[in-house]
Write a protein that binds this ligand. Structure first.
Ligand code: AR6
Length: 184
């Protein structure tokens, strides 16, 4: 399983799953969330409203994740997650770990082989990007190693995820993720 970091716009990524840094309402916002809704088109908001009406009347909890189709995006699915908001005192790293682990689990359930993550919580929600990079890369690596341990002998791709790509908007964010990836 390849783990990489690139600079770019997550909405243009040709992957199976794009992860959205949403908020609990799932009804859109700024940052990556705004860009994903703009690129996917109004059907994405309709799908999110439907989720709220049916399975998530109280919204999506922090650290959890839910999937919709990608509609106008190159990606087949959007997995929406809600990062902890540091400005609201949500400073528990376990919540942020979950924003990377839960989408990976959902991606496996969807049968995806590639997934792109933004730097969840590193924008409007105020987490330092170096901290997000450490938690994101650490969580993906732990998940990968756990998957490999669980694998039956002789099976090399038990869960089917071949590519995890972090897509960073700024050079500083890219640098933070590349530093983590360079660590043994
Ligand atoms: N592609 C990749 N990264 C991006 C893009 C893009 N198109 N646009 C922004 N980023 P943020 P959060 C980077 O604020 O901190 C929304 O209003 C950005 O530079 O999008 O989890 C939601 O509705 C930053 O490094 O997400 C919530 O209310 C990173 O993506 C709230 O913001 C995350 O920044 C969530 O805040």
């Amino acid at each position: 399983m390849l783990i990489e970091a690139v600079q770019g716009d997550i909405t243009t990524q040709d992957v199976d799953v794009v992860v959205n840094a949403a908020n609990s309402s799932l009804l859109g916002g700024g940052g990556v969330d705004g860009a994903i809704h703009a690129a996917a088109g109004p059907e994405l908001l309709r799908a999110c409203r439907e989720l709220r009406r049916t399975v998530l009347p109280d919204g999506l909890p922090v650290g959890d994740a839910v999937a919709t189709p990608g509609f106008g995006l190159p990606a087949r699915w959007v997995v929406h997650t809600v990062g902890p908001n540091l400005h609201a005192g949500q400073s528990d790293p376990v919540l942020l770990e979950s924003c990377f682990a839960r989408p990976l689990e959902l991606a496996v359930e969807l049968g995806a082989s590639s997934i792109a993550f933004p730097a969840v919580s590193a924008g409007i929600y105020g987490w330092p990007v170096a901290e997000v990079a450490r938690i994101a890369v650490g969580t993906v690596r732990m998940w990968r190693d756990g998957v490999q341990q669980d694998a039956e002998p002789g099976r090399t791709r038990p869960q089917g995820i071949e590519l995890v790509r972090f897509v960073l908007f700024s050079p500083d964010a890219l640098d933070a993720f590349q530093r983590e990836l360079a660590r043994a």
